[in-house]
Design a protein around this ligand. Structure first.
Ligand SMILES: Nc1ncnc2c1ncn2[C@@H]1O[C@H](COP(=O)(O)OP(=O)(O)OP(=O)(O)O)[C@@H](O)[C@H]1O
Ligand SMILES: [Mg+2]
Length: 254
């Protein structure tokens, strides 16, 4: 019997560089995300977190470096990578149509992905149940609370059942209780569905083992240094610092 092997590294980015005009936003960014883990990318405003995530999800091009996602090379096979990744950007309000209902939005974006009506229906049912969202499906997006809107945008990213999900500040600006609820959903999602998550955030990193990168300090105070810390340097633009926090599947995530 042929057994499908899941690669242990879901995402590998090596020595990624990006300039905006004269400004070097990413100098030498390297990271990997293993299958079935949550990796948090930390750094102050302007550190290059969004830039790196946008490169990984094929929204913008890099100037140099190598990226492989589930065995596909970003330069040679961006189309396959688009199918393997779900992306949640920083701009929640503009990630769905205000006047459409939640169901209409998900139906629209599913069709855009080339999913059949049956696939959309079954996946939306699954996600609405998973995120406890069945009661909100007929509400217009514009009428939802901030946390509910973000949940819709996350469901949108998960519609095509991608093995790797990249989320840019998924709980920023949300009420702490709602933020915690969304994190709990994401954590369960990783645990139960065997997915990998790469996210940028600071709120989710409390009590997390931290992988310090280069000589930079963790972005917030209460991290433990990860004993197996690697030293692949990720050097973003001037004055900024990016760090990584890695969560194992079974580790508590608060
Ligand atoms: N399209 C662009 N054109 C020019 N400069 C840009 C562009 N996008 C980002 N930058 C610059 O690149 C740097 C990195 O920006 P980026 O948005 O990646 O940071 P970030 O770490 O996501 O910040 P934040 O925490 O505020 O979201 C910043 O100095 C920013 O001004
Ligand atoms: Mg950003």
């Amino acid at each position: 019997m042929t057994r499908i092997q899941t690669p242990s590294i879901a995402l590998s980015a090596q020595h990624v560089q990006k300039r905006y005009g004269q400004y070097q936003a990413l100098l030498d960014a390297s990271l990997d995300v293993r299958a079935g883990e949550i990796m948090a990318l930390l750094g102050p405003n302007g550190a290059g977190k969004t830039t790196l995530i946008k490169i990984l999800v094929t929204l913008i091009s890099k100037d140099a470096g190598k990226v492989e996602i589930l065995g596909h090379d970003l330069d040679r096979d961006p189309e396959s990578i688009r199918h393997l990744i779900g992306y949640v950007g920083q701009d929640t309000e503009r990630s769905a149509y205000a006047r459409l209902t939640v169901w209409e939005n998900l139906n629209f974006f599913g069709a855009l992905r080339g999913m059949t009506a049956h696939e959309i229906r079954s996946q939306v049912d699954k996600l609405a149940t998973f995120f406890d969202f069945n009661g909100q499906m007929d509400k217009q997006f514009v009428t939802l609370s901030g946390g509910q809107k973000q949940t819709v945008v996350i469901m949108r990213a998960l519609l095509h059942d991608p093995p790797l999900v990249c989320l840019d500040e998924p709980t920023k600006g949300l009420d702490p209780l709602i933020a915690r609820r969304i994190r709990a959903f994401l954590k369960r999602f990783v645990r139960e569905q065997g997915k990998s998550l790469l996210l940028t955030s600071e709120g989710c990193t409390r009590h997390a083992p931290v992988r310090r990168v280069g000589e930079r300090r963790p972005a917030t105070g209460d991290h433990r240094a990860h004993p197996g810390a690697r030293t692949s340097a990720l050097q973003p633009g001037k004055g900024s610092g990016l760090d990584f926090v890695r969560r194992r599947r079974r580790a508590a995530w608060r």
